[in-house]
Design a protein around this ligand. Structure first.
Ligand code: DGY
Length: 325
């Protein structure tokens, strides 16, 4: 017994977060590349004052029962919190924190990198060279659409959606957005962004980039019907959450030529099984949920999650709380 608050940290995070926790808490760290298996997680959180979770750790009634009535805070190391049952935490007086803001620009960088890579077929080009297929310059080799001057449709015009719009402006793109409601001109005018219904946006856009939270409303927002509204020449980019896209419908659309290409940072499930039809498609670029993976940003996320954890175990207001809807 140290007299310090007991906390469980569900994975090794950058020192910017780990150091202050080590200093102030009795720390139990899951020091493995893979997440703790569910039974292990439930055992390790028992009797904790605070838990630092990752998006791979489900926080629900079972978790909260296992932790016990002493749990004060769940600090999620992510801006997304669809892994946390926030209402269940609120019912038990457990504070929830996330890491908004610090990963906005880094995530937008990756969304734009995916957009460019899919449009200009970079993974295919790289494979072509490595496979020894490059024999000459070819007028028809690996053609794709122009990014500059094209129309981008941004679904979810929050922090990250707007950061993608800033990048699109640099490429002279026409910017459309869709959100639950039309946003004030003060927000959209600096981007020259015009509101569209989802159908209107999908029908007009050459590139569609998804930036919505995962909720019952957005689950399978992109499905066979909505994919049918898109141009057959369009590129779909998803850096939000995998279940926002119905992957079976996406695979059909990509295979049949109903959609030109997709680029995904997130899948459903994660990791995507190797026998998922999307994995074998040349016009589907998939990377392993790395949108926030710059050294600086992951350090800032760690510091922020630690600040939430420490505030929570001390019974203080969290710097960046997630409030129940
Ligand atoms: C988040 O923070 O929600 C991302 O998906 C991981 O950085």
């Amino acid at each position: 017994m140290t007299g310090l608050p007991r906390v469980f940290v569900a994975r090794r995070i950058p020192d910017e977060g780990l150091d202050p926790i080590i200093e102030a808490c009795d720390l139990d760290l899951w020091d493995d590349d893979l997440p703790p298996p569910r039974p292990e997680l439930l055992t390790r959180v028992a009797g904790c004052d605070g838990v630092l979770t990752l998006l791979t750790d489900r926080v629900d009634d079972e978790f909260l029962d296992a932790a016990g009535s002493g749990l004060k805070v769940v600090a999620n190391y992510a801006v997304g919190f669809d892994n946390v049952d926030v209402a269940a935490c609120a019912r038990r007086g457990v504070a929830v924190g996330n890491t908004p803001g610090v990963l906005t620009e880094t995530t937008a960088d990756l969304a734009f990198a995916l957009l460019m890579a899919a449009a200009r077929r970079l993974p295919e080009g790289s494979r072509y060279v490595r496979d020894g297929q490059w024999k000459t310059w070819g007028p028809l080799l690996l053609l794709g659409p122009d990014v500059h001057g094209a129309t981008i449709g941004i679904v979810g015009f929050g922090r990250i959606g707007q950061a993608v719009a800033r990048r699109a402006q640099g490429f002279g793109m026409r910017i459309l957005y869709h959100d639950v409601q039309e946003l004030p001109a003060g927000v959209t005018d600096p981007f020259g962004a015009s509101f569209r219904t989802l159908e209107g946006l999908l029908a007009e856009s050459d590139f569609v980039s998804l930036h919505v939270n995962l909720s019952p409303v957005t689950r399978h927002l992109i499905n066979a019907t909505t994919l049918g509204w898109m141009k057959p020449t369009a590129v779909l980019v998803n850096t939000s959450r995998g279940p926002v896209v119905d992957q079976a419908a996406l695979a059909d659309a990509l295979r049949s030529g109903r959609l030109w290409a997709a680029a995904l940072d997130v899948t459903d499930p994660e990791p995507i099984p190797m026998d998922d039809p999307l994995v074998g498609l040349d016009n589907c670029l998939i990377v392993p949920h790395i949108a926030s993976a710059s050294r600086a940003t992951r350090g800032k996320m760690a510091a922020m999650a630690a600040a939430n954890l420490l505030a929570g175990v001390r019974g203080e207001p969290l710097p960046t709380p997630v409030l129940p809807a």
